[in-house]
Ligand binder design. Structure first.
Ligand code: NDP
Length: 267
């Protein structure tokens, strides 16, 4: 459809649905109680979606939902407990109807030189950022493929593309997710299920503040590597997520969209 106006999130003056609208859509965002996930939930709800956020800390989710309004709901869930994911999605669909959008956002990081990373630490990060992403994607995609409708978004990282010191497990997990996106996009394309990644650069959240604070020079180095000269906000990822989840992106699949103030231009 030709885009006449971006003013109304839902109906345009001519009565046609704005292609950026998520009106009538149901989205599940893992790790939606904080940071990037919280702002993606806010942006998707603003675009008209009903949004379910998950995470391990109920108090955090409760506070998020109180802030986000009546179209956002929460369920406490640990994505690492893979055998709970089928029930999670079944419960969501029994209450709210068919799931249209999955955003694999929950993730963990740790900064440590590679030689000091233990097997347990490496496995914990891979389990959260990769194994759980595949397990939940499989649960949701089965339903989406059957219904011939769905959008899956992975929150990757520029750490998937560049050698950033002291994030060996995190980089391995995000690179693997980028590979997964291409295979899933190819396999699901004939079923009208799109799969894309967003690769955020330096976004100001609890996770990045912790990383910056652990290394005083890091903030300066990060800033020098960011052509736009400022860090991103979680809502910058939220807007990109709305776009990729919407009809406006209906011909985009298997892509990874950098949202990074120009980090990916190179040096
Ligand atoms: P936060 O730490 O604020 O958010 C991570 C969220 O994931 C939390 O809400 C946390 O909630 C949830 N989470 C973690 N582990 C689990 C689990 N096992 N089960 C369910 N939920 C879980 O970080 P960000 O918002 O910055 O990160 C969000 C995503 O963006 C991550 O995938 C991260 O890798 C990615 N990213 C972030 C960048 C940045 O600069 N901030 C840059 C590039 C990528 P709880 O602890 O309650 O479970």
């Amino acid at each position: 459809a030709h885009i006449e106006s971006y003013v109304s999130p839902h109906l345009q003056p001519n009565g046609q649905l704005n292609p950026f609208s998520l009106e009538g859509k149901l989205a599940l965002i893992t790790g939606g109680g904080t940071g990037i996930g919280l702002e993606m939930a806010r942006c998707m709800a603003t675009a008209g979606a009903t949004v379910i956020i998950t995470g391990r800390r109920e108090a955090v989710l409760q506070e998020a939902v109180a802030d986000l309004g009546s179209s956002v709901h929460y369920l406490t869930n640990d994505v690492c407990e893979l055998d709970t994911l089928e029930d999670l999605v079944a419960q969501i669909e029994a209450t709210h109807g068919p799931l249209d959008i999955l955003v694999n956002n929950a993730g963990i990081n740790m900064k440590k030189p590679a030689l000091e990373v233990t097997d347990e630490e490496f496995t914990r990060i891979i389990h959260t950022n990769l194994n759980a992403v595949f397990a939940l994607t499989r649960v949701c995609a089965k339903r989406m493929v059957e219904r011939k409708n769905g959008v899956i978004l992975m929150i990757s990282s520029m750490a998937a593309y560049y050698g950033i010191d002291r994030v060996v497990a995190y980089a391995a997990s995000k690179s693997a997710v980028e590979g997964m996106v291409k295979v899933l996009a190819s396999e699901f394309s004939k079923h009208n299920v799109r799969v894309n990644a967003i690769a955020p650069g330096f976004i100001e959240t609890e996770m990045s503040r912790t990383a910056m604070n652990s290394d005083p020079d890091r903030r300066d180095r990060a800033m020098r590597r960011t052509p736009m000269g400022k860090f991103g906000q979680p809502s910058d990822i939220g807007h990109a997520a709305v776009f990729l989840a919407s009809e406006a992106a209906r011909y985009i699949t298997g892509a990874s969209l950098p949202v990074d103030g120009g980090n990916s231009i190179g040096f």
